[in-house]
Design a protein. Structure first.
Length: 251
């Protein structure tokens, strides 16, 4: 299916589903906003915030991100349901934050990596290392292409040594807690309810494959298990505007 066909195919699939009050799960970076070399620059514009508010008032909406709750709240505030750190933390908009118990169990492994931070940066110039609490990320934007393979090999070895998962993302690598992923988190929230899941990254593939009965939409190029594919965040917004237009604004 061509990407241009993607939007209308998704709309067609949604027409029947929207009557069943589906839960909407949206990734943030690369899905709602363009991916930024500087992760702190991925701000939400007014158009997006208005759209999210509209969707949130008419449907059960969740933002599902690899970011920490603090980081995502900096962009969209605290008025939305959030799954953070790829499923490790869940914060309903009117409820208590719950943290998966594995968080504490794996902190020592992440601390060990952060103790090596300077050494890793010396060995792989340009890499930006962030301790996200339940994961450590390595941004590749500042790195020479020729150094990336070396870093990948190093992190794969580290993942074996520390019993962590190695995730290659878009211009980013992460070491993560095994068994925690967006797919399990989404399944826990939706149970059997109909759902729409949209995302652009490898981490969203977990969401697609664990929830094969949902309407799943991959943003951008690359292999996917999603049922549909659209081009970029502009396409996603068109789909979201369509969804919002199908229900009267109850706010
Ligand atoms: Mg993304």
């Amino acid at each position: 299916m061509s990407m241009e066909a993607g939007i209308s195919e998704v709309k067609k699939a949604l027409t029947t589903l929207l009557n069943d009050n589906p839960i909407i799960f949206l990734d943030y970076d690369g899905t709602l906003v363009p991916i930024q070399p500087d992760a702190d620059a991925a701000t939400a514009d007014t158009e997006l915030l208005d759209l999210l508010k509209k969707l949130d008032s008419a449907y059960n909406l969740w933002i599902v991100t690899g970011r920490s709750l603090e980081s995502i709240s900096g962009f969209i505030g605290t008025d939305f349901n959030i799954v953070g750190l790829h499923g490790l933390v869940v914060r309903p908009k009117n409820g208590e934050t719950s943290v998966n118990p594995l968080f504490e169990q794996y902190r020592p492994a992440f601390s060990l990596i952060m103790e090596e931070e300077n050494e890793i940066r010396k060995r792989f110039p340009g890499v930006v290392i962030k301790d996200k609490g339940g994961a450590v990320s390595f941004s590749l934007w500042g790195m020479k292409e020729s150094d990336v393979r070396g870093l990948e090999k190093f992190l794969m070895d580290e993942s074996v040594r520390l019993k962590l998962d190695f995730y290659p993302g878009v211009k980013i690598y992460e070491l993560r807690i095994p068994g925690i992923n967006k797919g399990m988190a989404i399944q826990g929230i939706r149970k059997e309810r109909p759902a729409i899941i949209i995302g652009d990254d490898l981490t969203d593939e977990d969401a697609f494959s664990v929830n094969p009965d949902a309407i799943t939409v991959k943003v951008g190029t690359g292999d996917t298990k999603a049922h549909f594919r659209v081009k970029d965040f502009h396409s996603v917004r068109e789909i979201l505007r369509f969804i919002a237009s199908q229900k009267p604004d109850t706010s």
